[in-house]
Design a protein around this ligand. Structure first.
Ligand code: GTP
Ligand code: SPV
Ligand code: MN
Length: 592
């Protein structure tokens, strides 16, 4: 008797008509074979799906060039198909599920003709974790199959775990013919199904990542009483030998990967990595919030990564294990066959092939690597990996941070008075846009909890859900706002960032452990000047003042913008957050 899983695979194969169906086991030997196929047989626009890189300096690494129209997430083609539009909310594109399925069936009919359909069984989360989920994705390109092996725990175990059940997490993926007009990323929360066609790009095609672990999982979390968040998870070891676990939500390309493995500029402090993109947060039996990272790898932004900014990522990329490391849409150094990107250490090599496959002309004003070019590497290769990474229960969280790119207004660090004010800070979050999604860069947009593109239901309901989680916690984490990106009038960053961010973390863990006081302001608690450890840092007193300055006029605009953003959620907006907004307004008007 066929299992529900086997029947489902037959049904998809009947629709998409692949030449063969291959069930992956996630082994090392299989990854090698898939890469061989990608090198020798599969092509995108005449270019092989994989190309060998220099294995002496970057062991087991391969290059992938995507279709030139397919280099970032496409939020305008991403839909969340709840039965009714209001459940999806103004923060999501919506289509009626039946209509969406009919459209996808039409686009998928025969879309795998002549190709292989790879069946990928994988777990999100440690297999022994009560919070883990067993998933299946099909795809018709080796790049996605190999990427999923790096990013998830892929093995036949997931098939055993699914057994006779039919409510497993399902993903259908085909690159189709890469036609942007036929490109859609559709989510069906009621069926635990993601259906994606026309794109091979990470967030659109590795369906365990944003599509399942955030959009569908946030909806599951709403129904089951937990949170799926766009967050880093780290442990901070202090000179006393204590470790404080912290999460931080930052929008795409705003520094999560950097933060996750930061090399501390302060002696005695060490960062321990648990995750750089996604956290699943559960209320533990002791009333504390526990975090797991459901992923097993990094899909990080290449440009700007160097021994200076992120040495531990450079070490991860060069470690070389039985997991391959992939580079997508970077440039290639023609002489050494190494990947290259803007911001990498050393001089720019003389002979570069740009991300579109052409000889790079430095006079052209173009970038050699695409600004959203990325690497894919196993988390097991990270030298700062926490020994708690494989703990099925996760780690207890003492502080949660919300941040973004804000040239003005938002101080370097602010502490919320309590959970409700913290949720208000997260809900009001804004950030200047980056190259991680297709849109104009550098525009300020509201991005609550860094989840605007990833929340799988109405954000008004999402804010309510956050408040309800707070009510279940007897020892809630403290909540902070951070901003590494404040600039002066000339656009120069006021804060050195990167390894020096530990100075902010030192204050945060001192606050969590009730070791320091704070300065009360209308916008929250700020560090007293003497409590921020700036030893050995070349920063002027004026710059420090500017990092913490609160400008009434700028805050007036900030509140008006936030108010307008909240208004679109109508009566789904929690009254607690509206009260916070009025409170903030009144405090700023008063004397302080
Ligand atoms: P996704 O993978 O897209 O979710 O993003 P991410 O948040 O992991 O992004 P990542 O860490 O790769 O961010 C990269 C960008 O942030 C690069 O342009 C870095 O130079 C910049 N960045 C990271 N940390 C800092 C910092 O402390 N200060 C400044 N000024 N820039 C930073
Ligand atoms: C992001 O854009 O936030 C990413 C990369 O982490 S992707 O997986 O493409 O979404
Ligand atoms: Mn991300």
């Amino acid at each position: 008797m066929a299992t529900p899983l086997e029947k489902w695979i037959d049904k998809i194969a009947g629709l998409t008509k692949p030449a063969r169906v291959y069930w992956c086991d996630g082994s090392e030997e299989e990854a090698r074979r898939l890469i061989e196929i990608g090198i020798k047989e599969e092509k995108i626009e005449g270019f092989p799906v994989f190309r060998d890189l220099n294995h002496k300096t970057y062991p087991n690494s391969y290059y992938h060039r995507s279709h030139p129209t397919d280099v970032a997430r496409t939020e305008h083609l991403t839909y969340v198909c709840h039965r009714d539009k209001d459940t999806a909310g103004p923060n999501n594109n919506w289509m009626d599920p039946e209509e969406a399925k009919a459209l996808m069936a039409k686009l998928s009919s025969g879309c795998m003709k002549g190709r292989t359909m790879y069946v990928l069984p994988y777990m999100m989360g440690h297999p022994q974790s009560p919070y883990a989920k067993a998933c299946i994705q099909v795809t018709d390109i080796t790049y996605v199959a190999v990427s999923m092996r790096i990013m998830t725990r892929m093995s036949r175990y997931a098939i055993a775990k699914i057994g006779q059940k039919d409510d497993f997490v399902k993903g259908i993926h085909s690159v189709g013919d890469f036609d942007p007009k036929k490109r859609f990323i559709m989510h069906f929360p009621d069926d635990s199904l993601v259906w994606s066609i026309g794109s091979g790009y990470g967030g659109n095609a590795l369906l365990g990542k944003k599509c399942f672990s955030l959009r569908l999982a946030s909806w599951l979390g709403k129904r089951e009483g937990w949170l799926a968040e766009h967050m880093v998870v780290i442990g901070i070891e202090d000179p006393r030998g204590n470790t404080t676990y912290v999460t931080a939500a930052l929008p795409s390309a705003c520094g999560k990967t950097n933060l996750a493995m930061m090399e501390s500029a302060l002696p005695g402090y060490k960062i321990r990595t648990l995750g750089d993109d996604i956290a699943w947060l559960n209320v533990g039996p002791n009333g504390r919030l526990y975090a797991i990272n459901p992923e097993n790898g990094f899909f990080g932004v290449a440009p700007g990564t160097s021994m200076k900014t992120n040495p531990n990522m450079m070490r991860t990329l060069k470690k070389g294990t039985f997991f391959p490391t992939l580079f997508t849409n970077t440039a290639i150094n023609e002489e050494t066959n190494e990947p290259w990107w803007e911001g990498l250490d050393g001089e720019r090599p003389n002979k570069l092939i740009d991300w579109q496959g052409n000889r790079f002309n430095p006079g052209s004003g173009n970038k050699a690597a695409h600004p959203n070019s990325r690497f894919t590497a196993s988390i097991s290769q990270c030298p700062t990996l926490s020994k708690e990474f494989e703990n099925p229960m996760g780690v207890p969280i003492s502080a949660m941070l919300f941040g973004g790119r804000r040239a003005h207004t938002i101080p370097l660090v602010t502490e919320a008075r309590d959970w409700t004010q913290g949720v208000f800070i997260g809900a009001r979050m804004g950030s200047e846009t980056t190259a991680a999604a297709v849109h104009r860069e550098g525009i300020l947009r509201r991005d609550p909890m860094a989840m605007l593109p990833f929340c799988g239901y109405n954000m008004g309901d999402y804010f309510n859900h956050w408040l309800s989680i707070g009510r279940k916690l007897t020892h809630p984490p403290r909540i902070f706002s951070i901003n590494w990106f404040r600039t002066d009038d000339k656009g120069r960053f006021l804060w050195p960032g990167f390894g020096d961010n530990i100075r902010v973390f030192k204050w945060i863990i001192d606050r969590v452990n009730n070791r320091v006081g704070a300065r009360e302001t209308p916008v929250g608690h700020l560090p007293r000047p003497e409590d921020l450890d700036l030893k050995g840092l070349d920063i002027s007193k004026e710059d420090v003042e500017r990092l913490f300055s609160i400008d009434k006029e700028e805050w007036g605009k900030e509140i008006a913008d936030g108010e307008q953003f909240f208004a679109q959620f109508g009566d789904r907006m929690p009254k607690e957050l509206i009260e916070e907004l009025h409170g903030l307004k009144a405090r700023l008007k008063g004397r302080w």
